[in-house]
Every structure is written in structure tokens, then in C-alpha cells.
Design a protein around this ligand. Structure first.
Ligand SMILES: NC(=O)c1ccc[n+]([C@@H]2O[C@H](COP(=O)([O-])OP(=O)(O)OC[C@H]3O[C@@H](n4cnc5c(N)ncnc54)[C@H](OP(=O)(O)O)[C@@H]3O)[C@@H](O)[C@H]2O)c1
Length: 274
């Protein structure tokens, strides 16, 4: 077996969006590797149930912080809460995110605002707020800490009818790849995880049914990809989950934009309601 170059044993990982889908699986893998956790999302009961499950399975401690990350001052509140508990953060997974699907003019403006707030602003502010602690931690224990930001395969091209979401993930990819470079020499592993369609609550929240989800990956498969990247001696700036998704992402720049948008737009056009 290849050597694992990421060892968060004895550290604490903050995971946003830990009440469902990829966030739950991230929490399991960090806990399996011996990390304590700070679990953040709005649904407190789910976080508490997860904390109990992780303690029973792996003997790790979890701090549950129920929070709406789109609320004004939510990021400051989270940072203060973590500091006041004396928790030293070794890893941060900015996983909370959602999409809106539909015709641009039909989507509620407040929802779009919240989408940008969560996918872009909260992720940026949390990365910045914990940058000092994360890099300081990794300087003393290289390879024990990580910043993982969840982008998407849609980060590689615009997507009609999910324009704001795809743009938000393009932002996440670009920012995180820049931070990968800035983290050089600190020992902090930085990567943007780009999942393709994955079976979680994502489509239900987006309201787009089974549109892109004919052969979804499982959340476990995506998390395996994430930890493969973290375990590499040199963690890549970004990683796409799934061979087919990776091939698609690498080819997309070769297709003329007009043809790409036409094909994508045909596939994503909302179906008339019966
Ligand atoms: N599933 C896919 O096909 C796919 C593909 C590419 C990328 N992604 C990305 O993967 C990440 C995880 O999504 P998922 O697939 O696991 O979807 P999911 O099952 O819907 O989970 C989303 C998580 O985000 C949390 N969240 C949503 N709004 C929040 C808010 N205002 N404040 C705090 N937490 C909030 C949710 O918790 P609460 O509702 O309890 O707050 C939940 O824990 C997202 O960034 C998503 O964009 C997903």
C-alpha cells in the first residue's frame, strides 16, 4: 500500500456542511484517522447524532456548532466560538454549499444571494480566518493539516440554468489553486476537490431532480479521491473525482465555447411541467 502522507491524528478538523452527504463522509474519514472534529451546519440534531456515532466508532470528540453560514456575522461567530473553546484548528473543510437550478429570471433573488454568500463569501472568510492557525499548525507538524475547499466539475465551464452555482465553483477552484501556491513551504496541504454528480441531498436542495445524475458516484468514492490527494507526497492544487469526470474536465477547454454552451444548454434546459 502507498504511504499515507496525511496524518491528522490528534488534531482537530472543522467541517462545514457536516449534517449530510460529503460532509458526513469527510467527518468519518478524519475521525477514522484519529482527528477530533468541529461539525458545522444548520441541522443540530443530525450533527449531534453524527458526533455520537463518531465517538462510538472511533473514540474521537466532536464539537457541534449549529449555524447558518449565510447569516450576517456567522463566520465571526464561528471563529469566536472555536477560539473561546480553546480549540486549535489543524484542518478546515469548506464543504457547505448548494445550487439553484432553473431559469435565471425565475430564481428568487434572496436564494441567489444566499448561494453566493455560502459558496463564495463564507468559504473565503473561513479560509482567511483560519489561514494563520492552519499554516502555524502545519509549520510545526507538516503533513498533519489541510485546507480542502469543495469546488465541482462545473467549475471548469459555465452551466446554463445553474449559472450562479457554476460561477461560484469556478471561484472556489481559482481561489484554492492560488492558495495552494501561497501555502508552499508551510507544510499545509491545500486542494480543491471537484466532485461530479454524487448521490447526496444535493439535487433535492437544488430542485433539479435526476438531471445530471444518471451514474452518480457515492459520497464514499468522492471522499476516497479527496484523501488520495491529501495522502500524496505532493498534494495537487485540485483533483476531480471519477475518471470520466476528470476526462471531461480536461477536454472542456478544447471545445469551442459556442458549441459547449449549446450542448450543455440543451441538456440542462428545464423540462416543461406536466
Ligand atoms: N452532490 C453533488 O453532485 C455535488 C457535485 C459537486 C460538488 N458538490 C458540492 O459538495 C458540497 C457538499 O454537498 P453535498 O453533495 O454533500 O450536498 P448536501 O447533501 O445537500 O449537503 C450540503 C451540506 O451543506 C449544509 N448547508 C447548506 N446550507 C447551509 C447554510 N446556510 N449554513 C450552513 N450549512 C449549510 C447542509 O446542512 P444544513 O442543511 O443542515 O445546514 C449540508 O450539510 C457542496 O459544496 C456542493 O456544492 C456536490
Amino acid at each position: 500500500m502507498a504511504r499515507q502522507h496525511f496524518d491528522p491524528m490528534g488534531t482537530t478538523a472543522v467541517i462545514t456542511g457536516a449534517s449530510s452527504g460529503l460532509g458526513v463522509e469527510f467527518a468519518h474519514e478524519f475521525a477514522r484517522r484519529g482527528a477530533d472534529l468541529v461539525l458545522v451546519a444548520r441541522r443540530q440534531e443530525r450533527l449531534e447524532a453524527l458526533a455520537v456515532d463518531l465517538a462510538e466508532r472511533y473514540g474521537t470528540a466532536s464539537t457541534v456548532i449549529p449555524l447558518d453560514l449565510t447569516a450576517p456575522d456567522a463566520v465571526d461567530e464561528l471563529v469566536r466560538d472555536i477560539e473561546s473553546r480553546g480549540i486549535r484548528v489543524g484542518s478546515l473543510v469548506n464543504n457547505a454549499g448548494f445550487a439553484s437550478y432553473g431559469r435565471f429570471g425565475d430564481i428568487d433573488r434572496r436564494r441567489l444571494d444566499e448561494e453566493v454568500q455560502l459558496n463564495v463569501s463564507a468559504l473565503t472568510q473561513l479560509s482567511r480566518a483560519f489561514w494563520g492557525p492552519l499554516t502555524a499548525h502545519s509549520r510545526t507538524s507538516p503533513g498533519n493539516g489541510a485546507l480542502v475547499n469543495i469546488a465541482s466539475v462545473v467549475a471548469f465551464q459555465p452551466v446554463p440554468f445553474m449559472g450562479v452555482y457554476a460561477a461560484s465553483k469556478a471561484y472556489v477552484l481559482s481561489l484554492t489553486e492560488a492558495l495552494w501556491y501561497e501555502a508552499k513551504g508551510t507544510g499545509l496541504k491545500v486542494t480543491a476537490l471537484c466532485p461530479g454528480p454524487t448521490a447526496t441531498e444535493f439535487t433535492e436542495v437544488a430542485g433539479n431532480g435526476d438531471l445530471f445524475f444518471r451514474n452518480p458516484q457515492t459520497a464514499e468514492q468522492v471522499i476516497e479521491t479527496a484523501f488520495r490527494a491529501l495522502d500524496a507526497r505532493s498534494t495537487p492544487p485540485s483533483i476531480v473525482s471519477g475518471v470520466g469526470n476528470a476526462a471531461g474536465a480536461s477536454l472542456v477547454g478544447l471545445v469551442p465555447k459556442r458549441s459547449l454552451l449549446t450542448a450543455l444548454g440543451r441538456a440542462t434546459t428545464p423540462k416543461p411541467r406536466a
